[in-house]
Design a binder for this molecule. Sequence first.
Ligand code: F6R
Length: 599
Amino acid sequence: MCGIVGYIGARQAQSVLIDSLKRLEYRGYDSAGIAVVPPGQKKMQVHKKKGMIKNLEDNLPALNGTLGISHTRWATHGPPSDSNAHPHVDCKGNIAIVHNGIIENYLELKESLINEGHVFTSETDTEVLAHLIEKYYTNDLYKAMKLALEQVQGSYAILALHMHERDRLVSARNESPLVLGLGIDENFIASDVPAVLKYTDKVVYLDNGEIADVTKSSIKITDFNGKTIERPWHKIEWSLEDAEKGGYEHFMLKEIFEQPRAVREAMLGKLSGFTLDNVNGIEFNSAKILGCGTSYHAGLVGKYILESIMGLPTSIETSSEYRYNSTTLDQPLVILISQSGETADTLAAAREARRRGCKTIGITNVVGSTLTREVDDVMFIRVGPEISVCATKSFTGQIISLYLLASHLSRTRGFLKADEIREFSNALRQQSRLVEQVLNNPEPIKECANKLAKAENVFFIGRNINYPSALEGALKLKEISYIHAEGYQAGELKHGPLALLMPQTPIVAIAVKDHTYDKMISNIEEVTARDSPVIAIGHESDTELEKYVDTVLRIPDVPPLFTPVPVAVVLQLLAYYTARNRGCPIDKPRNLAKSVTVE
Ligand code: F6R
């Protein structure tokens, strides 16, 4: 996720662009840049800086010009640096573009553009857009954009300007958001409403497959074939603060609802294969996964995925324990998971794993984070910045990355046949739709949350691949609602914890239809015999479950291996609505920090 802003009108663009960009900092903040077209001069003013927008702002000279674009970055291709920051320009420096999204076929486009003589100055996927538009430019930026996009696969919101067309901004959208803000003799284009709200409350949303040709007094929207589209404008009723959260009450809820898209982006460009250059050649017959908190829980799901797809014996430890254990027999392949890529325990574990001679793969959300430099290969989960302290979309993004990793290792090591990989990829493609289905029906979850909010203790139980779901459900609940919650393997309750059960101790049982289902029902009966109320999470078509429990929350029918992501979304909403009922400070729970940089 990145934030982009464009301005065309009578004001000095610099202050509008920087001011509006700051409202999008929640979309990314590892580098920022601005391009302004100065009147009467031949050279575009382009300034880019690694770091937050403030860093760019503090280093900017006064830029004269009323047409410009700006960008705040959350890196996906190429680490944060001045040269990888946007805007990117063509060879002549006439065209400047900013982009949010991922150009999947950028490597082949880059190669052919280089063969045609174009000179690249960054490691980004985005720069190909500037050169492609240059290639097709014949005095009409809109036409050049249209022709360039015919070559492009991926997701994008793009804004472009040309030095020779000083009353024109052209933008296009596919799978990344864009909104046009309508002023009087001025117009704005941005990734999201908060960027324009200070200046106008009249907006037009661009849809996928649309191009907007914008001057200071007009907006023309067409599809990619040039067919004009009439689109009414909306009046935004939100306050600025509401708008930053997309109208949601908390960032956590916004991030939960971002998951259909986040899950899609986590897969983008990887389903048909990817490379892990440094671990590809190594021999291994087992693996180890390390992480902390929610990332550890994702790793535990990963263990079940790797074991069930490839039969690869996989052990898992928390990062904080790994470095101090005295094992001499180490797995040659170690996978380290960290949303932030800055968790001190996980960084120390990565160093320790390498010291022990293991090859390491990092799974993280932050390009340029320390973890990326401490491992041999990296997979980015690409779910965009997570603002709420409580991890949600990064957890599901990590699980998606682990499915992708399992499929990659299976493919390269010949564990699965081509048709099995195809089937696996097809199932993976459904994950976003499954999440959407859960999100479309929050009412039963809210009702359960009303009851949970009164509890002092809650137990979460699960088996097999949904044992980690139980741990994660309990962690979410305790973290944001301050209710004591514990996650257990369902079979373990009878070995001690049953002593704690009372009629006022609710149990959340993850009871999806898998090979442990009958055992799970027995475990539920052990609990109901102690009069504890049970909320079960089960498959949509399971009509048995409701006979044993008080309430059933449903996930769509999906093979057991693919249940953890939709189950996670139910559990996130359950924790969220419970905490909301209790009036807790959801985005900033007491005593917790987003990134734990001490051991
Ligand atoms: C829980 C949560 C934490 C983090 C943990 C690791 O909601 O966010 O448990 O998962 O601190 O953080 P990362 O993934 O950044 O290493």
